[in-house]
Design a protein around this ligand. Structure first.
Ligand code: NAD
Length: 292
């Protein structure tokens, strides 16, 4: 068993797996905090898109005067792209942000254990999968935790730091201190389906989709009402388009299954149809809305 847990100060190089919506954002956050970052995606195109997106986000910050142009360059240069997990050998923290599937995550972490040092803290950005279950595939489940950022990661303040049954207390302390140092509001929570925010948000999406399924209202009307009069930043349809319909659907299915098919969490056929069509939201150019 690992007993030598890294403190926040000891985390130098950060690895991020998955250069999609979340991984790119998390890589940017860590690089902005001064860490050298290795961003891994097995898909070369996704990797290129992720890096280009980060560069664009950084130049936008420079244009707005939030950072200098030189700082934008420096931060961008701190992020090194790679396609192989072996590039993560010299990292002290790895955050995984790949597809929301238990077996895929388990196999990635099992491989990471053969690549990284025994003390490297391994974390998943999963929205809903049990941290305890992912950890069950690991030799050192005590240094594994959930590190759940919100979309867009560079903007959203909250990070849920999730402990599974086997996670060591000092690992949670390190992740809390580290992400607070990154300017985030970090909150510790026990692993349970959907954790805190995604559990509370399930009915927000589900009831919106039921209204549409029942022909009560169109997505645009529901979104406008929630925004203009409900006090929400975004309505359920624009928000799921931002999250990714595939990701949101996978999270709903995972929470539904975890609660033994409790009808409260039943996935929506309207959303399933979008996923089947490949209308995944902003990232594919079309979801509930079109993005030209
Ligand atoms: P995404 O589809 O935008 O990106 C996933 C990326 O992972 C893709 O680029 C893909 O090529 C890559 N990938 C898949 N399998 C891989 C592997 N084995 N090795 C290396 N790269 C691999 O997904 P996303 O929206 O960024 O979600 C990623 C994770 O973050 C999921 O677990 C999701 O539940 C969670 N999450 C998503 C959001 C959101 O709003 N999208 C918010 C919080 C958490």
């Amino acid at each position: 068993m690992t007993t030598n847990y890294l403190t926040a100060d000891a985390i130098k190089t950060v690895g991020v797996i998955g250069a999609g919506t979340m991984g790119a954002g998390i890589a940017q956050v860590a690089a902005q905090a001064g860490h050298p970052v290795i961003l891994v995606d097995m898909n070369a195109e996704a990797l290129e898109r992720g890096i280009a997106g980060i560069r664009k986000a950084l130049s936008r910050l420079a244009e707005k005067g939030k950072i200098t142009a030189a700082a934008a360059d420096e931060i961008g240069n701190r992020i090194n792209p790679a396609q192989e997990l072996s590039a993560l050998a010299d990292t002290q923290l790895v955050v995984e942000a790949i597809v929301e599937k238990l077996e895929v995550k388990q196999s990635v972490f099992a491989e990471l254990e053969t690549i990284c040092s025994d003390t490297t803290i391994l974390a998943s950005n999963t929205s809903s999968i049990s941290i305890t279950s992912i950890a069950s595939a690991l030799k050192h489940p005590e240094r594994f935790a959930g590190l759940h950022f919100f979309n867009p990661a560079p903007v959203m303040k909250l990070v849920e730091v999730i402990h599974g049954l086997a996670t060591a207390g000092p690992v949670i302390d390190t992740l809390l201190e580290l992400t607070k140092g990154w300017g985030k509001v970090a909150v510790a929570a026990k692993s349970s389906p959907g954790f805190i925010v995604n559990r509370v948000a399930r009915p927000f999406y589900a009831e919106g989709m039921r209204l549409v399924e029942e022909g009560v209202a169109e997505p645009a009307l529901v979104d406008a009402l929630m925004r203009q009069s409900g006090g929400f930043r975004m309505g359920p349809f624009e928000l799921t388009d931002l999250i990714g319909q595939d990701v949101n659907y996978a999270v709903t299915c995972s929470v539904f299954a975890s609660y033994y098919n409790d009808p409260r969490f039943k996935p929506s056929l309207v959303q399933k149809e979008l996923v089947d069509a490949g209308w995944l939201g902003r990232k594919s150019g079309r979801g509930f809305y079109r993005y030209e």
